[in-house]
Design a protein around this ligand. Structure first.
Ligand SMILES: *[C@@H]1O[C@H](CO)[C@@H](O)[C@H](O)[C@H]1NC(C)=O
Ligand SMILES: *[C@@H]1O[C@H](CO)[C@@H](O)[C@H](O)[C@H]1NC(C)=O
Ligand SMILES: *[C@@H]1O[C@H](CO)[C@@H](O)[C@H](O)[C@H]1NC(C)=O
Ligand SMILES: *[C@@H]1O[C@H](CO)[C@@H](O)[C@H](O)[C@H]1NC(C)=O
Ligand SMILES: *[C@@H]1O[C@H](CO)[C@@H](O)[C@H](O)[C@H]1NC(C)=O
Ligand SMILES: CC(=O)N[C@H]1CO[C@H](CO)[C@@H](O)[C@@H]1O
Length: 516
């Protein structure tokens, strides 16, 4: 049997066994954060049982799907502590103490570029960073720990967030191997937050975190039929995250439902002194009382939603064309005002990220940011981009140097900081954003624009703007696709309203099919 078939057979056997022997009163597969908390409260579930379930599931599915790079040897102990805390306090005092939030005792899987100061490594998928020691948890991880979440492990990703080479490494990293789409195993799982999306889709974790510079949450979430929130840049801290650029990087949840994603978002947003400028500037967007209040069943009612030209380009008769058309009708029936035939100025320039200055600016910014982030480590096997390049040359087999190369690294290494040319490129990107989506949304008083999957990502990326993708359907071969809502900086409340109402009106998502 070929290796893939063998692994598939093993995974199927495992799933069947799990279904038969699943001994918990509580059905953990596909469980939501709120049902998990209810299970905790009515004593049908413990955090330890949850962690055991997810660890078993990772053991069974990961040989096939390669969604996880490392599991946390401390996860069961953290879960036991969460269970003990819950039992020690009466619920009122527990809540008053600031603990007992919705993520208390809930296992979270982190993309491998998000630092944890524990037994787990943080490597962006690369052997070059193996053994590095971060001085502290990433800002978002500190917040998760304070909320009582259990750090379950690190998720596979496109190595270096797909910023090593062209054409790239969708779902591949040297340390994690090639991740697979759990719906159609031969289809792209997209990236770079690949493992986070797959793990959420297959219940290898309750909830997960990904990161996005340009498409890395919205794309894998869409293609693995889960919900991804790409927050406004600065809403969530990037401190302790292996960077591409502070101008575009953002950390956000990837989960099975909008509600789960919103609970995670609530836990991770906020000011961080170690990412002071961006989190300081974005903190004005965080609503008093958090984001849960925007989970409104009628959240589409009265919303003005633009449909920019150039995105819904599926030929008549294809599944995508028909399903998206149906969704537009549903969105109208839900009371939204859908405005079609809008043009984002210079859209073709914005989408041409190789030539419009985006990649050019990113290259210079990456070299600087990586250097800063490496020099912040308590122990670092590599100190600079030059060291990482040399590492890949010295480890060509593990790092698949011949096959994948490191062209972006080489281009980035040739840069010498943000000079006049780089500054001009960044100004031009800002202008493209201001004259593009920002102007369009203001002129038409839009609450959001809609597009398939991650099609909006470059438009949102250059403006630091937020987006949410929600499962929208399955193509002729069973490959998932999503519908994304994007908006201006700080538009999370209304994007959440629309995404939630759309999700509740359509309920498209179904668990993975593991088709060959
Ligand atoms: C406890 O809550 C869970 C989650 O809602 C539910 O599935 C389960 O049936 C409940 N069990 C009991 C004993 O009430
Ligand atoms: C982290 O990497 C080291 C190798 O440097 C390995 O021994 C260790 O098991 C890894 N940690 C985890 C949690 O897998
Ligand atoms: C697709 O169908 C629409 C509506 O029926 C029609 O207006 C349009 O011309 C068709 N497009 C193509 C490419 O056939
Ligand atoms: C990298 O950072 C170190 C320490 O902050 C600094 O001394 C060095 O000049 C930087 N190198 C580059 C290439 O920016
Ligand atoms: C880097 O710069 C050197 C010297 O100018 C040049 O020969 C080389 O082609 C450049 N590499 C890349 C990838 O641009
Ligand atoms: C940056 C850029 O390419 N801007 C162009 C946007 O489109 C207008 C015309 O619609 C051009 O004049 C700009 O040069």
């Amino acid at each position: 049997m070929p290796r893939q078939t063998l692994a598939m057979a093993a995974a199927y056997t495992f799933l069947v066994l799990l279904a038969v022997t699943g001994a918990h009163g509580f059905h953990i597969e596909e469980a939501t954060v709120e049902s998990i908390q209810q299970g905790f409260r009515n004593d049908s579930l413990t955090s330890v049982q949850l962690v055991r379930f997810y660890l078993d599931r990772i053991r069974g599915l990961n040989p096939l799907l390669r969604a996880v790079i490392e599991v946390n040897p401390d996860a069961l102990r953290q879960a036991a502590r969460a269970d003990a805390e819950r039992h020690r306090f009466s619920s009122v005092r527990f809540l008053a103490a600031g603990a007992g939030g919705l993520l208390h005792g809930v296992p979270v899987l982190l993309k491998d570029n998000i630092a944890t100061r524990d037994a787990l490594n943080t490597t962006a998928g690369s052997y070059a960073l193996l053994g590095s020691v971060p001085p502290r948890d990433a800002g978002v991880v500190s917040r998760l720990r304070r909320a009582g979440a259990v750090v379950l492990g690190k998720a596979n990703m496109d190595e270096w967030a797909n910023f090593r080479s062209l054409p790239g490494t969708e779902g591949w990293s040297a340390r994690g191997g090639q991740a697979r789409n759990p719906y159609v195993l031969t289809a792209s799982p997209c990236g770079s937050s690949t493992g986070s999306a797959i793990a959420a889709a297959t219940s290898m974790a309750a909830v997960t975190l990904g990161t996005e510079t340009d498409g890395s949450i919205l794309c894998p979430a869409s293609l693995n039929s889960v919900v991804g929130i790409k927050p406004t840049v600065g809403l969530t801290s990037r401190a302790g995250v292996v960077p591409v650029t502070p101008r575009q990087d953002t950390v956000g949840p990837i989960c099975r439902t909008v509600t789960d994603a919103v609970h995670v978002l609530d836990a991770i947003v906020g000011y961080d002194a170690l990412d002071a400028a961006a989190t300081g500037a974005a903190s004005k967007y965080i609503p008093h009382g958090g984001y849960v209040q925007f989970l409104k069943k009628h959240g589409l009612n009265g919303k003005r939603i633009g449909v920019p030209n150039g995105f819904f380009t599926y030929p008549n008769g294809t599944v995508q064309q028909m399903v998206y058309q149906q969704h537009l009708n549903t969105i109208r029936e839900q009371g939204a005002i859908v405005i079609e035939n809008l043009d984002i100025e210079n859209l073709s320039v914005i989408l041409d990220t190789l030539n419009n200055g985006e990649q050019f600016a990113l290259a210079a910014e990456f070299k600087l940011s990586l250097n800063t982030s490496l020099s912040d480590l308590s122990y670092y096997p590599v100190r600079s981009l030059a060291d990482v390049i040399a590492f890949n040359i010295a480890h060509p087999v593990e790092e698949k140097l011949e096959e994948i190369g490191q062209l972006i690294f080489l281009v980035a290494e040739n840069t010498t900081g943000i000079g006049a040319t780089e500054k001009a490129a960044i100004d031009r990107l800002n202008k493209l954003s201001a004259d593009g989506l920002e102007k369009l949304m203001k002129e038409h008083e839009l609450d959001a624009v809609m597009a398939p999957n991650n099609a909006l990502s470059p438009v949102l990326a250059i403006g630091g703007m937020p987006g949410i993708t929600v499962p929208a359907g399955y193509g002729a071969l069973g490959v998932p696709f999503g519908l994304s809502f994007g908006g201006l900086r700080g538009y999370e409340p209304r994007l959440i309203e629309m995404a939630y109402a759309f999700e509740q009106a359509t309920k498209v998502r179904k668990p993975p099919t593991f088709l060959p």
